[in-house]
Design a protein around this ligand. Structure first.
Ligand SMILES: Cc1cc2nc3c(=O)[nH]c(=O)nc-3n(C[C@H](O)[C@H](O)[C@H](O)COP(=O)(O)OP(=O)(O)OC[C@H]3O[C@@H](n4cnc5c(N)ncnc54)[C@H](O)[C@@H]3O)c2cc1C
Length: 391
């Protein structure tokens, strides 16, 4: 059975890009799909061997320049990887996805030459991971005003506070900390980002427990107790910490949209096959009922439309022309459509959709993260509304 995702990508991509997608798809089919249920039932994070294989394939270095050991690809390569892997597991896809789009990307965009040459080669090889430390227990959507502080002490800075919901924390070598560093500066100039080694004295990491979304992805809380870093740890310009974070999130939001569409593509295939196999009322498949067809068709329309849109946004991103509103819109719409439609897909499949082995319930839970992660959809709608109010 041809996947609808393959059908559309074949139409939308050039041959080389489609071939790359197929390589990652085959890897996900062979190395992730057969294991994901066992990982889930055993409450395991992605095994180190799987991360190592993704590293060997170069998946952690997709858009990193060749001179730093990466594949020198485009942001689209990252999204194709996200689509191919999230078809089976968003957790597996977000591991290299966040390592690149939230970890390596800010370094690529804002790092000094010394910072890039010190870290990018190992990041590209998957031997090192940076995590994105924006969210705090008391600061989610209000991320521009961190409670984590950085205080100057001679040539060094002392960092205190807590970051949470940090994806990949378990495997992280460094965390990019967004901290209040200039409390007396004008609004918008009060924060700075710092690259902090996870093994620095005073850094404590704890895996967050009880999470029922992205179950195989590591999500940590990171506490900083008088952590001293040199001035050379500053990422970007002093007082422009939020600029680093906001620019990083544009690309990250495209990746979140790709995760949502990977889940939608899985649900569409699962649902349309089930609708033809499930026989009710006089030896007829439920796929003959118009209401069932209605759900399947809506999923198919959403997949084609949003894939086309996402690839267009990705092209704009690579050219440096993607606005914050455009990135927000495709993330909001892809996550909302995919999660709303997935509930209907589960309804089409009936009771069997409640079983973990059927796969839909995993995508259902994971799709919730795509609605709140990297800017909740409600908050992003406020951003999208701004230019609409200029009349
Ligand atoms: C699995 C997972 C992984 C994550 N990974 C990372 C990571 O790697 N790094 C990182 O820094 N963060 C990460 N996050 C955090 C994520 O970005 C935040 O959860 C998100 O920004 C929302 O913050 P909050 O959960 O504190 O919700 P809150 O900000 O408390 O919001 C609660 C509700 O109020 C609404 N709301 C708040 N403010 C507004 C507003 N201005 N307008 C309209 N509605 C509003 C929100 O939409 C939401 O519905 C992760 C989260 C999850 C669940």
């Amino acid at each position: 059975m041809a996947r609808r995702l393959d059908t559309y990508l074949k139409q939308l991509l050039g041959d080389d890009q489609f071939d790359f997608y197929k390589v990652v798809r085959d890897f996900a089919d062979e190395e992730i799909a057969p294991q994901v249920l066992a990982w889930e039932r055993e409450h395991r994070l992605i095994p180190d061997e799987c991360i190592a294989k993704m590293g060997e394939m170069g998946l952690f270095g997709l858009p990193i320049a060749d001179e730093y050991g990466g594949q020198g690809g485009k942001h689209l390569d990252l999204l194709l990887m996200g689509l191919a892997i999230s078809y089976h597991s968003q957790s597996a896809a977000i591991t290299p996805g966040a390592a690149i789009s939230l970890g390596a990307k800010p370094l690529q965009l804002f790092g000094t030459e010394d910072q890039k040459s010190a870290h990018l080669p190992d990041l590209a090889a998957g031997k090192r991971m940076f995590v994105f430390g924006l969210t705090e227990p008391g600061r989610g959507s209000d991320a521009a005003n961190p409670e984590v502080t950085a205080t100057r002490a001679g040539d060094s800075w002392i960092i205190n506070g807590e970051k949470c919901w940090s994806t990949n924390a378990r495997w992280a070598s460094h965390v990019i900390v967004h901290a209040l560093a200039h409390p007396d500066a004008p609004a918008g100039r009060t924060t700075t980002c710092f690259i902090v080694p996870m093994d620095a004295e005073g850094v404590h990491y704890q895996e967050m427990s009880g999470k029922k979304v992205w179950e195989q992805s590591s999500t940590g809380s990171i506490i900083f107790e008088n952590v001293s870093v040199p001035g050379s740890a500053i990422l970007g310009t002093e007082g422009e910490g939020f600029k680093v974070m906001v620019n990083t999130l544009n690309g990250g939001r495209l990746f979140i949209a790709a995760l949502a569409l990977g889940s939608l593509a899985f649900a569409l295939d699962k649902c349309r096959i089930y609708a033809e196999e499930r026989i009710q009322f006089g030896n007829q498949p439920i796929g003959r009922f118009q209401r069932v067809q209605d759900v399947i068709v809506d999923m198919d329309i959403a997949l084609e439309r949003n894939l086309t849109w996402l690839i267009h946004c990705c092209d704009l991103y690579d050219k440096g022309h993607l606005s914050r509103e455009q990135a927000a819109k495709v993330k909001v719409d892809s996550s909302r459509c995919a999660s709303d439609l997935l509930v209907l897909a589960m309804e089409v499949c009936g009771g069997v959709a409640c079983l973990d082995e059927f796969g839909l319930i995993r995508h259902h839970n994971d799709l919730f993260v795509t609605r709140v992660g990297e800017g909740s959809n409600f908050t992003l709608k406020g951003l999208i509304a701004r230019p609409l109010r200029e009349v």
